[in-house]
Design a protein around this ligand. Sequence first.
Ligand code: PRT
Length: 98
Amino acid sequence: MSDDTGDVIDELFTVIEDRKTNLPEDSYTASLFTHEKGENAVLEKLGEETTELILAAKDNDTEELAHESADIVYHLLVLLSMKEMDVDDLRTELAKRR
Ligand SMILES: N=c1c2ncn([C@@H]3O[C@H](COP(=O)(O)OP(=O)(O)OP(=O)(O)O)[C@@H](O)[C@H]3O)c2ncn1[C@@H]1O[C@H](COP(=O)(O)O)[C@@H](O)[C@H]1O
């Protein structure tokens, strides 16, 4: 893993938490926290991105697979933040399965 990608998930989660607190007008993340559909906005995105991920996998399109995986991880982190959870909750659950 290269140095500039090592902490990218922690950094992303910190940015998401910042957007949740400060709600800048030009932020897509903030728009998910204030969406009129509530949490359904991010849940719908996760559904859409998962379908796109499956199509990329079936096409053996690894570039698209990485793109859709990143979309899913981003929206998953937004969902965890919405539920007042932390990225460490995900780490803890994964570690329990070792
Ligand atoms: N990682 C992401 C990220 N991944 C996906 N998205 C957005 O999620 C949306 C995906 O919805 P769509 O699938 O409808 O969009 P799309 O581009 O047509 O989708 P694809 O075809 O690309 O799959 C797009 O608007 C993307 O911009 C993201 N928006 C923000 N981030 C991160 O969040 C940070 C803060 O962003 P803002 O909140 O916008 O300041 C950014 O610096 C990024 O690090």
